[in-house]
Design a protein around this ligand. Structure first.
Ligand SMILES: [Fe+2]
Length: 135
């Protein structure tokens, strides 16, 4: 799976869109390593760590943004974020023991699929809420 950015993914908040594009790039980077058969390496460990940190930072900012704009999807957004963090943490604890390529590929697919669906069905609702902000 290679993630390609589309204009339809835009939330209307440049900082959040930039973060989404950055997360796409990290997921794609992981996909490239998997393609090359690399899974048990410091490069993969570092990438997973960066993904985790960037995603958590992004989630916090996006959740705050939705609250500020009274977005009706704010609660669902937060719940889905928690779901992905759960997938990430579960994977990390299993990956630590097994270091299996199949496990990493499974995580890559799950994270990429989650991301596309989440942006399309939840995040883009921000677009229609931006006018409500009073500052
Ligand atoms: Fe989100």
């Amino acid at each position: 799976m290679v993630l390609h950015w589309k204009d339809g993914y835009t939330t209307g908040v440049p900082e959040l869109d930039e973060q989404h594009r950055g997360i796409f790039a990290l997921v794609n980077e992981l996909g490239e390593l998997i393609e090359r058969g690399i899974y048990d390496s410091a490069e993969v460990d570092g990438l997973l760590e960066t993904m985790g940190a960037d995603i958590q930072k992004h989630f916090t900012q996006e959740e705050g943004c939705m609250l500020r704009h009274d977005c009706p999807m704010a609660q669902k957004n937060k719940e889905e974020h928690e779901q992905l963090l759960g997938i990430y943490l579960d994977f990390l604890s299993a990956f630590g023991d097994r270091k299996a390529l199949a496990g990493l590929a499974g995580f890559h697919l799950a994270a990429g699929g989650w991301l596309l669906e989440h942006i399309c069905f939840v995040d883009i609702h921000l677009r229609s809420c931006l006018g409500k902000d009073s500052g």
